[in-house]
Design a protein around this ligand. Structure first.
Ligand code: NAI
Ligand code: MG
Length: 397
């Protein structure tokens, strides 16, 4: 296969640490690529007033495939306070660069696989009938709409006249919210479009079909959030009827789903949800298979795709030297990248190496030992981030 160029965006905190390790694993597994570094994150917000600089955008537009570590986001007042003095008051507004990236490049299909590794001490266990301890094998793919909904960014505090007047045309608003003084009113919208709802639902169906699954679960709340959740459910039901006759739609509410995922998680193989509920349900499932140290993801658009662990920059561990965090989520995200560009053999090889390390159980990062994340974890037997990557590399041979 032709040599690829991968845009590496380490970002902040532990993003820098885990991305480096993932690139080393990729190299050891025989993936032949050039890597170009791209600036992103808090540092560039503070220095330049832009956490997602144009030069980084250009690199992504050129090379199409990105590996992303994690960024730090802070609330509005902190963002303003940490801005370099010469940029203060110049109208810079902080937006999370990963959210901006998803929107700018239509990275609307977010895939978050949650898969049990045999022998992982963090695997979910439950009490079965007669007190038997069961360890269900979970293998769920969550499709999260990545660009719309509650994360769409269309929101106001003290909404302007036009917005307020429009809200006042709605009976529910007049009846229930007109009492509130406008400066004390905050409104965040939840916008779903048919086009992007259809795209995410279709991605879920196509995946189910390719894997031979007979059910797609729509995890929303259509009984209450009638317009948006209702749209997703309807689109799915239509699609099942017209395009995927062998696949049925199961409809769960996000709140009930969060309860069921500890009861029978192994029965869910393909879940589709809007942006916020997809974020919630995928974190819930991730908790069953080892938590943030294992949760990987893909953001896929029509042209560009970016692969990242679900976790953030974990600032409290950023300065640990050597680093204690688990690189597996980042390594598995890199495997999703390999699958996306057709390097499925190398991906399978790395995934097998990860599985072997976890099953063998000799090398474990602090999270896998359920230790509090302190510098003394090594004296208790925890591996460093580097040692975990080395163990994976050793299994590749
Ligand atoms: P976080 O995911 O950074 O960390 C939460 C906790 O999870 C950590 O304290 C640690 O105990 C554990 N953890 C995370 N990654 C781990 C790993 N690889 N190995 C072992 N343990 C791990 O979330 P938090 O603390 O809520 O946010 C920190 C910063 O990250 C914030 O500024 C937030 O906005 C940002 N963030 C960025 C994301 C992204 O870049 N996509 C996603 C989530 C949060
Ligand atoms: Mg999340």
């Amino acid at each position: 296969m032709a040599k690829r160029t991968i845009v590496t965006m380490p970002g902040d905190g532990i993003g820098k640490v885990v991305l480096d390790e993932a690139v080393r694993v990729l190299g050891a597994a025989g993936f032949n690529a050039d890597y170009v570094h791209a600036d992103i994150g808090w540092e560039f917000w503070c220095k330049e007033g832009d956490p997602f600089p144009e030069r980084t955008q250009k690199l992504l537009e050129k090379h199409k495939i990105g590996l992303f570590g994690a960024i730090t986001s802070k609330p509005k007042d902190k963002a303003e306070a940490e801005l370099s003095p010469d940029l203060k008051g110049k109208g810079c507004v902080y937006y999370s660069p990963i959210v901006s990236m998803r929107q700018k490049y239509d990275l609307d299909i977010c895939m978050r696989p949650c898969k049990t590794f045999k022998g992982n001490p963090l695997n979910f266990i439950r009490r079965g009938f007669g007190g038997v301890v069961e360890e269900p094998i979970i293998d769920t793919m969550i499709f999260r709409q990545n660009t719309e909904g509650l994360y769409g960014g269309v929101e106001w505090t003290n909404p302007p006249d036009l917005v307020y007047d429009a809200l006042m045309t709605h009976k529910k608003f007049r009846d229930n919210f007109a009492w509130c003084p406008r400066p004390e009113l905050a409104v965040s919208t939840r916008i779903f479009t048919k086009k992007y709802t259809t795209r995410i639902v279709k991605a879920a169906f196509e995946y189910a079909k390719a894997k031979g699954f007979d059910t797609v679960t729509v995890c929303e709340k259509p009984n209450v959030i009638r317009e948006t959740s209702g749209m997703m459910l309807k689109v799915a039901q239509e699609m099942a009827k017209t395009e995927f006759p062998g696949i049925r739609v199961q409809d769960t509410n996000i709140d009930a789903q969060m309860m069921w995922l500890t009861k029978n998680p192994e029965t869910y193989r393909v879940i589709v949800a809007g942006n916020m509920f997809g974020d919630i349900v995928s974190d819930g499932f991730a908790g069953l298979i080892g938590g943030l140290g294992f949760a990987c993801s893909a953001n896929i658009g029509p042209e560009i795709a970016v692969f990242e662990p679900t976790h953030g920059s974990a600032p409290k561990y950023a300065e640990f030297n050597p680093s204690i965090v688990n690189p597996i989520a980042m390594v598995l995200s890199a495997c999703m990248m390999l699958d996306h560009i057709g390097e499925t053999e190398i991906s399978a090889k790395i995934q097998k190496a990860v599985a072997d390390v976890v099953e063998e159980g000799k090398v474990k990062t602090y999270d896998m030992m359920k230790l509090p994340g302190k510098p003394d974890v090594f004296s208790k037997g925890a591996a460093t981030t580097r040692e975990m990557a080395e163990a994976i590399i050793a299994k590749l041979k």
